[in-house]
Design a protein around this ligand. Structure first.
Ligand code: ACO
Length: 324
């Protein structure tokens, strides 16, 4: 039978890095009070990157994709599927994936975006895996790319300190051996309001509020529960157990959510990959960014069993278990 396997990873962060201290100083100019202590204690975040004006999600995506292609030893022309997971697309349409395809020069294959907010990369990876196993594609680029700085309300200190910009990518190829062992995807649309950007474009105008709104405590409570159940479900599907996990790479939103998930899976702290401290929450980009950092540090190695877990607006969640 046919499987899919990650053959290369890549990532990209825009050069402007803002520490909590620098962000706090910037917000203070508008009379908004926050501090490094508050942000670190509640979230584990110490710094984030922001894209310069005029830099779009596709620009970050292309850089991450180039690094992933290089790591896989592949040329852009060999790619026959591009999935971009993003909630901050360049345009209303066409998809950011089509814009990435043009910038990479990888014409002719399928290209589309996946919109599952912070679960987007897990959704995109599961979809690409299904397409490869079903014979619809042989070599895919799955990219998470976000410019969340564009949808942040810098007058709302409860949200603007949490997010950052960036992109991560993997090359996923057809293979005789797995690769991806099992996936789980879920959504519960009853919770649309707890994390959303409610506005839209209509009649040539922005209708409604175009900035991010979040009920942090409601998100926190839901996230912890669904992350455990998704992890258990993929382990059961793959016939593995907690002890088989070499690395847990959850969506990087908040260190407390991540640590409580690791604890529920009885994983020691060393098996949890953490980049939220340096990147903040980069939504769909956070998992492939963290994976690439861990691969390039020599921590995640060929043959390791890795659990990816996403959770976010929708409410959406999911998990992918894979042998790297
Ligand atoms: N700086 C200083 N003080 C602040 C800040 C800030 N940036 N933000 C809020 N506060 C204050 C509040 O005004 C409040 O003050 P009060 O008690 O005088 O009213 C106090 O801090 C506590 O606020 P809470 O909102 O109750 O703080 P909480 O402990 O819930 O932490 C947080 C907020 C960090 C958002 C938390 O709820 C959380 O982590 N939620 C999970 C949400 C998340 O991670 N979302 C990411 C996106 S979703 C996803 O990716 C899955």
């Amino acid at each position: 039978s046919r499987y899919s396997r990650i053959t290369g990873t890549g990532s990209y962060l825009p050069p402007e890095r803002l520490t909590n201290e620098a962000l706090a100083q910037r917000l203070a100019r508008d009379g908004i009070e926050t501090s490094d202590e508050w942000i670190v204690e509640r979230t584990g975040i110490r710094a984030r990157h922001f894209a310069a004006a005029g830099v779009a999600a596709s620009d970050l995506a292309v850089e991450a994709a180039r690094h992933a292609l290089e790591a896989a030893g592949r040329k852009a022309e060999e790619i026959d599927l591009i999935i971009v997971a993003t909630s901050t697309p360049d345009m209303v349409f066409p998809s950011t994936a089509c814009i990435v395809q043009r910038k990479l020069g990888a014409f002719g294959g399928a290209a589309f975006d996946v919109q599952a907010v912070c679960s987007g990369f897990v959704y995109g990876t599961a979809v690409a895996d299904s397409m490869i196993r079903g014979g619809l594609a042989t070599r895919a680029l799955v990219i998470g790319a976000e410019v969340f700085s564009r949808i942040l309300d810098f007058k709302d200190r409860t949200t603007c300190v949490l997010f950052g910009d960036g992109a991560g990518a993997v090359v996923l190829e057809a293979s005789d051996t797995p690769g991806i062992l099992a996936s789980e995807l879920h959504a519960d649309g009853r919770h649309v309001e707890i994390l959303c950007v409610p506005g839209t474009v209509s009649g040539g105008q922005v209708l409604g509020d175009p900035l991010l709104k979040m009920d942090g405590q409601a998100v926190f409570k839901l996230a912890v529960g669904v992350l455990e159940s998704a992890a258990r479900a993929v382990l059961a599907k793959a016939g593995r157990n907690d002890a088989d996990i070499d690395w847990l790479i959850p969506h990087q939103a908040n260190i407390r959510i991540m640590q409580s998930t690791a604890k529920k899976l009885k994983l020691p702290a060393e098996k949890l990959v953490v980049t939220v401290d340096q990147h903040g929450n980069t939504s769909a980009a956070s998992i492939p960014l963290a994976l690439d950092v861990a691969v390039r540090q020599g921590r995640v190695q060929r043959g390791d069993t890795v659990m990816l877990e996403g959770v976010g607006g929708g409410f959406t969640w999911g998990a992918v278990l894979l042998d790297f």
